[in-house]
Design a binder for this molecule. Structure first.
Ligand code: UDP
Ligand code: MG
Length: 314
């Protein structure tokens, strides 16, 4: 196949129940495209039949190329691997569970033809996801928007189209902490959104556990904001103010009150715990940043590959 115009990048972690349906929906979309397509499936260390199903697809359809990571590296890294290998002029990232409707790709491509380099899908609603997920996601995206130095649009996931130019920049970024939706916003260029309803999963369980989502959220904030570092200063100022008020109160009681209402141990204990927690929170925040510096400094590769199919370069 010549160099494809479109690359579809799809990370897959234990999605055996979704692969067949996803492929057949994609085939429909691929037939309507105005150029060659490569379908890049990234097996993120699945332990079900996903990899063998992917191999199967590759054998009977030469447009299907695949990467298999040597273990589970996580969604963001799997997508990064796909972007490293994609050769198209226009690269589309989507999930394998059909929560991102493949038909929307056509609308994204229209926008690309209009000259946008990044077209991201923005959710107007989420169906059948727990209220906890919807509520925490709602809060998180708004918090991130307030804290982040770049304007990261709310309610957007990784479902998007990116021009070759943008992907080349992402690929050249050395950082290990890949919060793709943030990096994508950071790059700039002409960006636009298309709105969509996030469907429920076609089959299978969500692979992003609460802990994984939480750590992705922390990654997003720490990678794109220095505000948490300032929290230490604010907390310090707050506790200093409280201490000052207390000193003034004590002086007042000593001089003017006939009986001092000081309550001894209780007050001291509370003050101790308060200061202790302020300090621990600040150390924790510092630790988050230092831990990331440590990760970057080690400079290990982002992922290891155990198998590829259909690529000339490996
Ligand atoms: N995924 C992955 N590695 C992981 C977790 C998830 O490649 O460690 C893939 C998964 O197969 C799916 C996509 O990332 O294609 C999104 O995962 P999921 O549907 O569980 O998350 P959500 O839709 O809640 O964001
Ligand atoms: Mg999903």
């Amino acid at each position: 196949m010549n160099q494809p115009i479109y690359s579809l990048v799809i990370p897959i972690y234990n999605e055996e129940e979704n692969i067949t349906e996803m492929y057949s929906r994609l085939i429909n979309v691929m037939e309507q495209l105005d150029g060659d397509v490569e379908l890049i499936l990234i097996d993120d260390g699945s332990c079900d039949r996903s990899l063998s199903m992917i191999r199967e697809l590759h054998h009977h359809d030469s447009r299907v190329r695949y990467l298999s990571l040597a273990r589970n590296f996580g969604h963001q890294v799997a997508v990064t691997a796909g972007l490293n290998f994609a050769q198209g002029k226009s690269i589309i990232v989507m999930d394998a569970d059909l929560q991102d409707p493949p038909e929307l790709i056509l609308t994204m491509i229209d926008k690309w033809h209009e000259g946008y380099q990044v077209v991201y899908a923005q959710r107007i609603s989420r169906q059948k996801e727990s209220w906890l997920k919807r509520f925490t996601a709602y809060l998180f995206y708004r918090l991130l928007k307030r804290l982040a130095q770049v304007d990261i649009p709310v309610d957007t996931g990784d479902f998007c189209l990116m021009d070759r130019q943008v992907v080349d920049i992402l690929n050249a970024m050395p950082e290990r902490n890949r919060y793709i939706r943030g990096l994508r916003a950071w790059v700039g260029f002409r960006q636009t959104s298309v709105l969509f309803e996030r469907n429920p999963r076609y089959a299978g369980d969500v692979k992003y556990t609460f802990t994984k989502s939480f750590s992705l959220a922390i990654d997003g904030i720490i990678s794109f904001s220095k505000v948490p570092l300032r929290v230490a200063t604010y907390l310090g100022l707050l506790s200093a103010t409280i201490a000052l008020i207390m000193i003034l109160l004590v002086l007042y009681w000593r001089i003017f009150a006939p009986v001092s209402p000081l309550i001894g141990y209780t007050l001291i204990t509370i003050a101790m715990f308060f200061l202790g927690s302020v300090q621990l929170i600040c150390i924790g925040i510092l630790g988050e940043y230092i831990g990331r510096i440590y990760e970057e400094v080690k400079g290990r590769p982002l992922y290891t590959l155990k198998e590829t199919g259909g690529f000339t370069k490996t």
